[in-house]
Design a protein around this ligand. Structure first.
Ligand code: HEM
Length: 198
């Protein structure tokens, strides 16, 4: 259980600065309105699923798309691909914290009786982490030359994400690293999947 929660949440938190750097207007939305953080965590889970697949065994023959999957055969369900399925989601490769989350099923935390037991905890931890990142680095740059993905069989995400927290106000609400008492202002830090503290 510890492994399930530790690997996955840290990967999601490490993904956050990368994705928000690629979609800077979405970061600004959170800076302007922190009530969007919960939706942002769900969108991050959809867009960058730390757990990319599930395996199931069929209990009866099932026909899908003209192919019969026989009873007992194991099936590799790639939830990360389903979360970007254009037949299910509008503009799925766009990261949008305001998207209609009810349009399809976000499979990143599984589903059914074996859905993620730690889902609520995972969302809460990720929400707190995003709050901290918004406090500590309202403006930042990713060092794209030196960030790395993990090469793991069971989870996907970033291993380390070097960022430079930039000086200055960046939000319409006047929130800044200094105003929130964070010691990170204008300093360089490595956000890794193991060290996301401030
Ligand atoms: C972003 C964080 C997380 C993600 C993406 C995630 C993802 C998943 C997924 C996709 C499954 C279903 C696997 C399957 O159906 O084969 C699952 C199951 C599970 N997760 Fe998580 N998880 C996360 C965090 C956590 C945390 C924080 C805990 C506990 C501290 C946890 C504990 C479990 C357990 C015990 C199961 C097995 C449930 C069962 O088989 O009945 N997970 N998780």
């Amino acid at each position: 259980m510890g492994g399930a929660g530790a690997e996955t949440v840290t990967k999601l938190v490490g993904d956050a600065p990368v994705v928000f750097a690629q979609f800077a207007e979405q970061w600004q939305k959170l800076l302007d309105d922190r009530s969007k953080i919960s939706a942002a965590v769900k969108e991050l889970l959809r867009y960058e699923a730390p757990s990319q697949y599930h395996v199931r065994c069929w209990t009866k023959d099932v026909e899908l798309h003209g192919v019969t999957i026989p009873t007992i055969k194991p099936v590799f369900l790639i939830n990360a691909a389903a979360n970007r399925d254009p037949d299910a989601w509008t503009d799925p490769d766009n990261f949008d914290v305001d998207r209609d989350r009810h349009e399809a099923l976000n499979l990143s935390l599984g589903y059914g009786i074996h859905g993620c037991l730690g889902a609520a905890l995972a969302r809460m931890e990720s929400t707190i982490a995003l709050e901290k990142l918004l406090d500590c680095m309202p403006r930042y740059q990713v060092d794209w030359e030196n960030y790395n993905r993990v090469h793991m069989q069971n989870v996907a995400g970033r291993k380390n994400v070097p960022v430079a927290a930039l000086r200055g106000m960046s939000t319409s609400t006047g929130n800044s690293a200094k105003a929130t008492g964070c010691a990170w202002e204008s300093s360089r830090r490595h956000l890794s999947s193991a060290t996301t503290t401030c």
